[in-house]
Design a protein. Structure first.
Lengths: 152, 192
């Protein structure tokens, strides 16, 4: 995989929802995995609701995959107690969810975030651009930003 | 209403024989606080206790225990307390043998009972396995001990969460009966 030039134009394709976007991205770091553009497709972005649902599934699947069946429930309980976030509110209160992960897992929260982003990516049918310095929030902003670009 | 930290401390101090708990921590001071409360309670109740040191030296652990209020000299002299370097317990002469370490636990338990102690509480810092690139051996060892220990002692396996690769959490957690997370700003406990 080759590196992109700064602010190069790449395409994010969401085959599951049948849309394709062009987006300006910053230059990836040396160790980042660059994305390979897919051929263009018709442009129908996922609805906000569908994206939220996929994000929730991705969070749950990832936490279960990493920590086993019982630990995710305890994590949700801590989030509810400390941040008053119920699981279904995670998509709308993502930064607090990320803070909650950091509070519990310290540096290990970043790989957890990336694993969630990667899981969501596969659900969306995207080709994951793994930026080691970036977290779940950056990733979601990219995906949402991509959807907005289509609409404009 | 009790705080999570209070609940975790209460759980750790009231653990029963054969409990095999895993604890992930991010700050060594949190680890020490919980482990010293766990071991100290046992010592006060007439049980024996062992601390296998790896991330921090036995000398440092002894001093920290004293600061915590444990009468280290008295308990060591009576044979109740053992602070042991990992090189004498886990990775002996550069090699790890699950059978050998399990045998050492069994012998320590038998000796403790012979010497009239009411039980045995143990803990081990597992950082040495990561530092010696023996993660696979560690996972196999943890599984061999089972969620419910064969030897009627209680154990807390202490893991620095900043050392554990993501892909090993599940395997390690599922080898234990309960899991404790001591994060930098929050803590929690869960069945494994």
């Amino acid at each position: 995989m080759g590196k992109h030039d700064a602010a190069s134009d790449i395409r994010l394709i969401l085959p599951r929802f049948g849309f394709c976007v062009s987006k300006k991205v910053r230059q990836p770091a040396e160790r980042d995995i660059a994305v390979t553009p897919f051929p263009s497709m018709s442009a129908i972005p996922p609805t906000e609701g569908a994206l939220d649902e996929l994000l929730l599934e991705s969070v749950h699947d990832t936490l279960k995959g990493i920590f086993g069946a019982k630990v995710p429930e305890a994590i949700y309980k801590r989030l509810e107690t400390n941040y008053s976030i119920s699981p279904e509110e995670i998509p709308n209160r993502l930064s607090e969810f990320v803070q909650g992960l950091e509070g519990l897992f310290d540096r290990a929260s970043k790989p957890v975030e990336r694993a969630i982003a990667k899981r969501l990516d596969s659900k969306l049918g995207l080709r994951f651009v793994e930026m080691h310095s970036l977290g779940l929030l950056d990733y979601l902003n990219e995906v949402k930003g991509a959807g907005k670009d289509i609409g404009s | 209403m009790k705080t999570v930290t209070e609940m975790i401390m209460e759980f750790a101090t009231h653990m029963k024989a054969t409990d095999h708990v895993i604890m992930f921590y991010s700050k060594p001071e949190d680890k020490r606080l919980l482990l010293f409360a766990y071991l100290g309670t046992g010592l006060q109740k007439g049980e024996a206790a062992a601390y296998i040191a790896s991330q921090e030296s036995p000398k440092y652990i002894r001093e920290a225990m004293k600061t915590h209020g444990i009468d280290v000299d008295r308990f060591e002299k009576s044979g109740a307390l053992h602070v042991i370097p990992y090189e004498d317990w886990y990775i002996i002469e550069g090699k790890f043998s699950s059978a050998k370490t399990t045998g050492l636990w069994g012998k320590l338990y038998e000796d403790s009972m012979t010497n009239g102690f009411k039980g045995l509480r143990v803990t081990g810092e597992m950082a040495c396995f990561f530092e010696n690139n023996m993660i696979k051996e560690l996972a196999d060892y943890e599984k061999s001990l089972h969620r419910v220990l064969d030897v009627p002692m209680t154990a807390i396996c202490a893991y620095d969460m900043n050392l554990v690769p993501l892909e090993f959490y599940r395997e390690l957690i599922e080898a234990h009966s309960n899991v404790i997370f001591l994060g930098p700003r929050d803590s929690m406990m869960s069945p494994a």
